[in-house]
Write a protein that binds this ligand. Structure first.
Ligand SMILES: Cc1ncc(COP(=O)(O)O)c(C=O)c1O
Length: 427
């Protein structure tokens, strides 16, 4: 296979003619496919339907301490839900607060509370001249939208195969007390599927921030979302590392069952030091009389314990593995050796990250759209929607059926080829 960059102009023109024809044929099919959002497929949602039955027919609706889950009460989660989410988060239940249906919602509220009321008695961020967040890139678009919404300045930190560039994180955080946080997806990251190495986690735990109210926003959304039995990533548990390093308050750990049970109808949780959790509770007591305990109860009755969660995740993996493998195999087969793109091969999570040639991502996504394939908007994986190299594209293989995904991936590689040829011809 010849690299595109080594082709003569004549070869490129001949190739373009061929690709143009293929593209016209695809467009004529009038397809409508979606590879944009990281949503579970219908078959995955079906896996959790048993949850609809565990509370049916006048089942006992009291939690283990005898509280009637149909009524108000128990603000920070029923004990069995704390145990379940605690096991999933690898922390003791006393370090857990159970929230409502969305961890992103809790992250939003946490930033909002820090803006208006400050972190553990420190000056509210809204009274400061400048507030900044570090943003490992590429990253999760909805994280960046939260900090953008509050007018927080975002600083890109490049991701490496072992996590964010820690030399840069340590330097910035220790020198600038306007830096109040960093967004992290430490396991099977969105979008690259990278898991932070042991050294990265240890360096996070030992950070010496200039700002006393600096917090690591550790969004462990994909903690148990493996694709393989034998080839799993391992993430060091950060709360324990921070405590060991004398830095117990530096991290907030978020999780949810969104991609375990039902997105939008799962349960979310925060794990943190007791002092941090007190700060969370003060706000929560004003905000709500309590979250949905019936939902907590049905999750516990359905999954039972950590083994139950893992067994359930193996069923998800069986459905997702063929999709991820098909996409990676197609990329390999169609683009391998051409020098026009690179991609990740994650062992878990919800995404594959694609790096097109510089300056090509927007054009690839636009071409795919014209041919009926919706991808996540180019640039979305960067703060302010600005990918400085215009090269990153997030592929979300989970939602379409395998057949739809095959078609969509075929069209995607065609768009990558065509865009790359056009770029080389324009140079
Ligand atoms: C990294 C990450 N965090 C959080 C979420 C949303 O989680 P929740 O449904 O708990 O709000 C997602 C969803 O795609 C995600 O990818």
């Amino acid at each position: 296979m010849k690299k595109y960059s080594e082709m003569s102009r004549e070869e490129l023109l001949a190739l373009k003619k061929e690709l143009d024809q293929q593209y016209a044929e695809v467009k004529a099919q009038g397809l409508s496919l979606d590879m944009s959002r990281g949503k579970p497929g219908t078959d995955q949602l079906d896996l959790s339907m048993g949850m609809m039955e565990v509370l049916a027919n006048h089942a006992d609706l009291k939690c283990e301490t005898g509280v009637d889950c149909r009524n108000y009460g128990v603000i920070d989660g029923i004990p069995e839900a704390k145990r379940l989410l605690g096991a999933m988060s690898e922390v003791d239940p006393e370090h857990i607060i159970i929230y409502g249906n969305s961890s992103l919602n809790v992250m939003f509220d946490t930033v909002a509370r820090s803006m208006t009321h400050g972190v553990m008695g420190h000056t509210p961020w809204c009274k400061l001249d400048k507030v900044k967040f570090l943003c490992p890139v590429p990253g999760y678009d909805r994280h960046f939208k939260i900090t953008e919404f509050f007018g927080i300045e975002m600083i890109n930190v490049p991701m490496t195969p072992t996590g964010p560039d820690m030399d840069m994180v340590e330097k910035l955080v220790s020198e600038d007390d306007a830096i109040k946080g960093i967004w992290c997806v430490p396991k099977y990251s969105n979008p690259q599927g990278i898991t932070y190495s042991k050294e990265t986690v240890e360096r996070f735990a030992r950070l010496k921030p200039a700002a006393p109210d600096f917090r690591i926003y550790w969004d462990n959304a994909y903690s148990i979302h493996h694709l393989y039995e034998d080839n799993q990533d391992f993430l060091v548990e950060i709360l324990g590392e921070c405590a060991k390093a004398g830095n117990a308050d530096i991290v907030y750990k978020f999780t949810s069952t969104s991609k375990v049970s039902f997105p939008g109808s799962g349960i979310a949780a925060v794990a943190a030091s007791k002092a941090n959790l007190e700060d969370f509770r003060k706000y929560m007591q004003i905000q709500t009389i309590g979250h949905d305990k019936l939902n907590q109860l049905r999750h516990v009755r359905f999954f039972k314990d950590l083994d139950g969660l893992h067994a359930h995740m193996r069923k998800h993996a069986e459905l997702l593995r063929p999709k991820f493998e098909m996409v990676v195999d197609t990329l390999e087969k169609e683009l391998g050796g051409l020098g026009i793109g690179e991609w990740t091969k994650p062992h878990g999570g919800y995404f594959i990250s694609f790096e097109a040639m510089d300056g090509c991502a927007k054009a690839v996504v636009a071409k795919a759209k014209e041919a009926g394939v919706v991808m996540t908007g180019a640039g979305a994986t960067y703060p302010y929607g600005k990918d400085p190299k215009d090269s990153n594209i997030r592929i979300a293989p989970t939602y379409p059926t395998l057949e739809e995904l095959e078609k969509a991936t075929e069209i995607f590689v065609l768009c990558v080829k065509l865009t790359s040829v056009e770029k080389l011809l324009a140079e």
